[in-house]
Write a protein that binds this ligand. Sequence first.
Ligand code: OGA
Ligand code: NI
Length: 375
Amino acid sequence: MAPEQILASDGGGYDRQAELKSFDDSKAGVKGLADAGLTKIPRFFVHHQLDLELDRASESLGSSPSVPVVDLEGVGRSWSPGERKRTVDLVREACETWGFFQVVNHGMPAALMEEMVQGVQRFHEQDLEAKREWYSRDYGGRKVLYNSNFDLYQAPAANWRDTLTCALAPRSPDPQELPAVCRDVIIEYKDRILELADTIYKLMSEALGLDPNYLKTIHCGEGLFFVGHYYPACPEPDLTLGTGDHTDSSFITILLQDQIGGLQVRHQNQWIDISPIPGALVINLGDLMQLISNDKFISISHRVLAQKIGPRISVACFMRQHLPPENSSRLYGPIKELLSEENPPIYQETTVRDFVTHYYAKGLNGVSALEHVKL
Ligand code: OGA
Ligand code: NI
């Protein structure tokens, strides 16, 4: 029996389902709780297996390695073949050993990044009555929505964050469908992210030994699912997480974080901080990339700590199709060019739709969605 089921029926008068429902019905999210000045977090946010003390102790033992930083200055324009090769090698190394890297000089204007963070903050900090209109879990029916914990009812414990969500490509919503407080910036940011994804896919295609346009040709850059997270300050940060341990469902994710910090990646059995670098964007590979690269590139667990300080804002762009019909019939499996007798396929073919449906149904429970498609 899972711990949460034991709790739900422990006879102590704790009705977990009812607590979740009343939190959900408030439509005020975690921010609503934080604003109410709670000193203890509700029980359904408590992560029972969490041992942050132990993690912190092991981290202080030695100097930790850090996620590679890739400088994209001059990419595709002024690079000599030597520079290009060095960068492709760096990207390959990062994709094979970390599943994460940061990019600098990527062409996204600093002012646009700042405005994007502020736009997400404005959304979450707007008047509650107006914000409630956006609260929903109907991902199929609504193009733009906000909620707290997409997997509130599935995951073993809830996370200390609220999220604004919209599918922006290949079909973007009409501008009027986006919240007015961040409409313009979302549209501008989306165009720049699609360009950057194109650049990154070229480098990654080459790193896989394929034609630079390969990943584009198989439509890895065509879908963009946008989330704007808001992590309020938390009164008991050692008992919960901002985002629990998970891998992403995307091909790649392009993440913008503010300067607060708290994002960590699992590397060589340790949690390593991904420290904010002003102007940088974090790139990480998702499960669909691990699948098509047949485990050459890895989709690695990461999480966000809850903290006494806040709010922390981050914007994740998951590069994958989201809504039907775009994702309904195209099949993705290990890339044929990468397979051989010594490297047989590890995964079956799947549609993004089936894969993402499974990912959502499972929630962030610590089990990789890739298990579901293993041969
Ligand atoms: C995610 C994620 C990290 C962050 O949304 O999948 O890992 O810093 N976000 O918010
Ligand atoms: Ni993630």
